[in-house]
Write a protein that binds this ligand. Structure first.
Ligand code: SUG
Length: 447
């Protein structure tokens, strides 16, 4: 067993962050449709979280934003001519398609990929599979740049393998790490990988939500586990409770989060709670670990409050003391049931002995909390040295990125602004200036 640390790769919010109501089934995205956004504030809020966690000694890095608008996508659906023509035609014919091409949704890096550390994979490398996100048009075109960015950062083939996304078809709906967790005694020891799915394509009798879409299929989760060479004895597939998907739990990380041997979850998270816990216990026994469940009952925090506050879209981080901190959004303090629950949670001797809260309102208004904003990558010391260092958060990088955001980002974006050719030029200039800051020339290809 080697020592390893969990790096959190947060998404750096892109300059076109806006509220377009593109995510049917995501309550916040739908509720804030067409309101004005503040991309500058969104990026600064995300950077403040990264900086604070890095300053606390947690391993923190970032994934860069993607080029927007996605000209390839706009041209592929028939908008032609100069860039200005493409924008004008798309805005006239279908503002929603233009919004899809402009979405800053890659900021939610929990959806960028599924990651298996080298302690779990078949060949001793860290494996990544870019997520196809094929349930939503505005996210289905992220996978190309996600794989490209991951390959730029994790370029050393001796340590890392980045797989392309699964076939982009409903049978393989894949939302990445938002439906994936890892449990075990430590980040460096073999662990148990938990895949949570919302529906089964090839089993008509399997339960599925009725109102909102299930974005992750069992078939996709199984394919990722195969690609990563996971040991079936240490892999658990669990069905998400379809009733909670219908209440706005569009990813499992909106209702459960795991770290180490702790599973922090809502009573209604899984279709079969007892079966899921039993499978995890059995699997953890093969690595001599024991599950520590922290269950939140429905009568203490109803599902609605969990969705409104994003209590479970929190980060559970192991501190140097061995105890865990829960990183929560401010909204958890403002929800009476959740605030009461949290007051009682962090007592003496509790598994979770600290709450760290952040103002992430710009992201939260699109349904993205602390856990959506980060991709977990457990790395040994050797692997951490082998990855590209320019994305690791330091005080110096933080200062440079704040100056960069203040130079390039608008503080207000409304839906009609997406038709402004000047915005497209600003986005391109911003990302061109970013690549050298991160030391990643060639990060973007224009189209
Ligand atoms: O896919 N919202 C994202 C939020 C992703 C949250 N991620 C995790 N739970 N891990 C989504 O629904 C809204 C975009 C808009 O409406 O403009 C959006 O894409």
């Amino acid at each position: 067993m080697s020592t390893a640390r969990e790096f959190n790769f947060d998404g750096l919010v892109g300059p076109s962050h806006n509220y377009a109501g593109l995510s049917f089934g995501n309550v916040a995205s739908f509720s804030n449709v067409k309101s004005a956004s503040n991309p500058r504030q969104a990026a600064l809020q995300g950077l403040a979280k990264m900086r604070a966690l890095a300053a606390r000694g947690f391993a923190q890095a970032l994934l860069p934003p993607q080029m927007r608008p996605d000209w390839r996508m706009l041209r592929s659906v028939g908008f032609s001519g100069s860039d200005a023509d493409v924008l004008a035609k798309a805005f006239a014919a279908s503002p929603v398609l233009l919004a899809c091409a402009y979405s800053a949704s890659p900021m939610w890096t929990a959806n960028a990929a599924t990651v298996s550390p080298s302690a779990d994979s078949g060949d001793g490398r860290v494996h990544f599979t870019a997520a196809n996100l094929n349930n939503k048009l505005h996210r289905a075109h992220e996978q190309r740049q996600s794989a490209r960015s991951l390959r730029a950062i994790f370029h050393d083939a001796a340590h890392f393998t980045v797989h392309d996304a699964l076939p982009s078809t409903p049978a393989f709906g894949d939302e990445g790490a938002a439906n994936h967790s890892r449990l075990g005694s430590s980040h460096g020891a073999a662990g148990v990988e938990l895949f949570v799915y919302g529906r089964v394509e090839f089993d008509a009798a399997a339960a599925a939500p009725k109102r909102y879409p299930a974005r992750q299929t069992l078939e996709a989760s199984q394919a990722v586990a195969r690609l990563h060479g996971l040991d079936p004895r240490r892999t658990v597939f669990a069905a998400q409770n379809p009733d909670v998907i219908d209440q706005g739990v569009f990813h499992n990380d909106v209702i459960a989060v795991a770290n180490g041997d702790v599973l922090f979850y809502h009573q209604q998270a899984f279709a079969d709670e007892a079966g899921t816990l039993a499978a995890l216990r059995q699997s953890l026994a093969t690595v001599e670990a024991q599950l520590r469940p922290v269950r939140v009952d429905s009568n203490v925090v109803p599902v609605q409050d969990a969705v409104a506050s994003y209590l479970f879209n929190s980060q559970l981080l192991t501190k140097s003391t061995g105890a865990m901190a829960l990183v929560i959004p401010h909204e958890c303090r403002e929800n009476a049931a959740v605030a009461r629950y949290l007051d009682g949670l962090v007592g003496d001797g509790s598994v979770i002995d600290e709450l760290i809260d952040f103002d992430l309102r710009q992201s939260m208004r699109n349904g993205g909390g602390p856990a959506c904003l980060r991709l977990r990558v457990a790395l040994t010391d050797g692997e951490a040295r082998a990855m590209h260092q320019g994305v690791v958060m330091t005080e110096d990088l933080y200062a440079r990125l704040v100056a960069w955001v203040e130079t390039y980002y608008r503080d207000r974006l409304e839906p009609a602004d997406l038709a402004d050719p000047q915005l497209a030029r600003e986005c391109a200039s911003a990302l061109e200036a970013l690549a050298p800051i991160l030391g990643l020339p060639g990060l973007y290809d224009r189209d």
